[in-house]
Design a protein around this ligand. Structure first.
Ligand code: NAD
Length: 426
C-alpha cells in the first residue's frame, strides 16, 4: 500500500537538498530542523468507546497528529473514514504545515481521524463518537494550540457538536475563558461560521486560474478550455466561478461519469439537470468516462475529486497544457515526473486548494474578534492571499527552473525553517 507519510518525507528530503544552499554556515541547524520536520511533534491516539444504539459498547481507533506549530497553532481537519491510518494522519498533518506556510497564514499543521465508516452509524452514534473524540482532545486543542476543522465525512453539524462538547468540558474544568468557537472552524453560520466558506476552495482555485492563464499567455478567456473532474463542493464552485468569468468549461464529471459540451457548461444548469434526471450523463447528450475526461485535449485540467487519479499508466496520455490540482494528491509521484518531462505546467494542491483553509483562518479571526465580516469582505481578503501565493510559486519556479510542486514546497519549507531558526534551541 502507498505509504503517504513516506511520500511526505521523500518530498521534504528532495526540497531540503535544493534549499540547503541558502543556509551557508547554518547547515547543522538546517539539517536538524529538516529531521524534526520528518515526524510530527506529537501524535495523540486512543481507542474511543461509545455505547451503540443496541446498548453494546464499541471501540474506535482515533488519532490527532500535531506536526509543527512554529508559525502558529496546529491546524487541520478531522477525517471519519474506514481507511484512516496513523501514516495517513501523519502525512496529512505534514502537508497542512506546508499549505498554511505557502498561504502565509499563521498556522502550523495538524490532522485528525477516526477509523470508522460513518454510514454504518446512526446519527446518535455519530454524535456520541464526535463528542467522545472531543473528550479525548479537550486538553490538547484550543484557539492558540490546535484548531480542528471538517475533512472527509465530517460536516458543519459535527463541528457544532464538537464545539458544544468542548465548551461543556471547559466549563467543567473552570476554563471558560478559552474561546470555544475559535477552537473549530468549518462551522455553520449560526454557530459562528464565516461567510464564503462553502465556495472558498473552488473560488480560490479560480483566482489561481486567472493568474496562471495570464502567465501562459492566453489573451481570450472564452478560448481557454477547462475539464473539471468531480462535481462536489470543490468541483462545482470551481466550474461555476470559472464559467462566470468567461472560461469555457467543456467537461465535468462525478462518480457516475462525465459529460462533454463543446460550447461550455454552466454549473448551476448542470446541478439542476443532475437533480432532475438523476445523473449528468442523462441531462447532456455526450457522456464520457472519468478516464476520458482526464485525457481530453483541453488547456486546463482540474482534478477535483479523488487522490491518485493521474498515475504512471495514464500520465503520458494527458493532453492538457496545465493542471490545477484541486483535490488533495490527485497525481502520484511517478506521474509527476512523466508530466514534468512532457512540459505540463502544474499548480499543486497545497497552493490551489488553499482557499478553504484561508477562509477557515478568517473564520477563526472573526471568532476571536467577535466581529463578523460580509461575504464581500471575505472574498476581498481571500484574493490577495491567493494571488501572492501564486506569484511566489511562479517566481521560485522560474528562478530554480523547477516544477510547480517543488517551487511551492520550497517556499513553504523555507518559511517554516526560517521561523524555527529564529526560535532557536535547535
Ligand atoms: P465532495 O464529496 O463534495 O465531492 C467529491 C466529488 O467527487 C463528487 O462529485 C463525487 O461524485 C466525485 N467523485 C467521487 N468518486 C469519483 C470518481 N471515482 N471519479 C470522479 N469523480 C468522483 O468533496 P469536495 O469537498 O469537493 O472535495 C474534493 C477534493 O478536494 C478532495 O480531495 C478534498 O480532500 C479536496 N479538498 C476539499 C476542500 C474543501 O473545502 N471542500 C479543501 C481542500 C481540498
Amino acid at each position: 500500500m502507498n505509504n503517504q507519510h513516506a511520500n511526505a518525507v521523500a518530498q521534504l528530503e528532495k526540497v531540503a537538498k535544493l534549499l540547503r544552499i541558502d543556509y551557508k554556515g547554518q547547515e547543522k541547524a538546517f539539517d536538524s530542523i529538516i529531521n524534526r520536520l520528518k515526524e510530527p511533534d506529537v501524535v495523540h491516539q486512543t481507542k474511543l468507546e461509545i455505547t451503540m444504539d443496541d446498548g453494546k459498547k464499541k471501540k474506535f481507533q482515533a488519532y490527532r497528529s500535531q506536526h509543527n506549530n512554529a508559525r502558529g497553532p496546529y491546524k487541520g481537519g478531522i477525517r471519519f473514514h474506514q481507511d484512516v491510518s496513523l501514516e495517513e494522519v501523519k502525512a496529512l498533518s505534514t502537508w497542512m504545515t506546508w499549505k498554511c506556510a505557502v498561504t502565509g497564514i499563521p498556522y502550523g499543521g495538524g490532522k485528525g481521524g477516526i477509523i470508522v465508516d460513518p454510514r454504518q452509524l446512526s446519527k446518535k452514534e455519530l454524535e456520541n463518537l464526535s463528542r467522545a473524540y472531543v473528550d479525548f482532545l479537550t486538553d490538547k486543542i484550543g484557539p492558540w494550540v490546535d484548531v480542528p476543522a471538517p475533512d472527509v465525512n465530517t460536516t458543519g453539524e459535527i463541528m457544532s457538536w464538537m464545539v458544544d462538547q468542548y465548551q461543556k468540558n471547559l466549563t467543567k474544568k473552570g476554563l471558560v475563558q478559552e474561546n470555544p468557537l475559535a477552537t473549530f472552524t468549518g462551522k455553520p453560520l449560526a454557530m459562528g461560521g464565516s461567510q464564503g466558506r462553502d465556495e472558498a476552495t473552488g473560488l480560490g482555485g479560480v483566482m489561481v486560474l486567472e493568474k496562471l492563464v495570464a502567465k501562459m499567455g492566453f489573451k481570450d478567456k472564452k478560448k481557454v478550455t477547462i475539464a473539471v473532474q468531480g462535481f462536489g463542493n470543490v468541483g462545482y464552485w470551481f466550474a461555476k466561478h470559472a464559467a462566470d468569468r468567461g472560461y469555457k468549461v467543456v467537461a465535468i464529471s462525478d462518480s457516475k461519469g462525465g459529460v462533454f459540451v463543446a460550447k461550455g457548461i454552466k454549473a448551476e444548469e448542470a446541478l439542476a439537470g443532475k437533480k432532475e434526471k438523476g445523473s449528468l450523463a442523462k441531462f447532456y447528450p455526450k457522456a464520457i468516462t472519468n478516464e476520458e475526461l482526464l485525457e481530453l485535449d483541453v488547456d486546463i485540467l482540474v482534478p477535483a475529486a479523488l487522490e491518485n487519479v493521474i498515475h504512471k499508466d495514464n500520465a503520458s496520455k494527458i493532453k492538457a497544457k496545465a493542471i490545477i490540482e484541486m483535490a488533495n494528491g490527485p497525481i502520484t509521484p511517478e506521474a509527476d515526473e512523466i508530466l514534468a518531462k512532457k512540459g505540463v505546467i502544474l499548480v499543486p494542491d497545497v497552493l490551489s486548494n488553499s482557499g478553504g483553509v484561508t477562509v477557515s483562518y478568517f473564520e477563526w479571526v472573526q471568532n476571536l474578534q467577535g466581529y463578523y465580516w460580509s461575504h464581500k469582505e471575505v472574498i476581498a481578503k481571500l484574493l490577495p492571499l491567493m494571488e501572492t501565493s501564486f506569484a511566489e510559486m511562479w517566481a521560485m519556479k522560474t528562478k530554480h527552473k523547477i516544477d510547480g510542486r517543488m517551487a511551492t514546497y520550497m517556499t513553504a519549507v523555507k518559511r517554516v525553517v526560517d521561523t524555527m531558526m529564529l526560535r532557536g534551541g535547535i
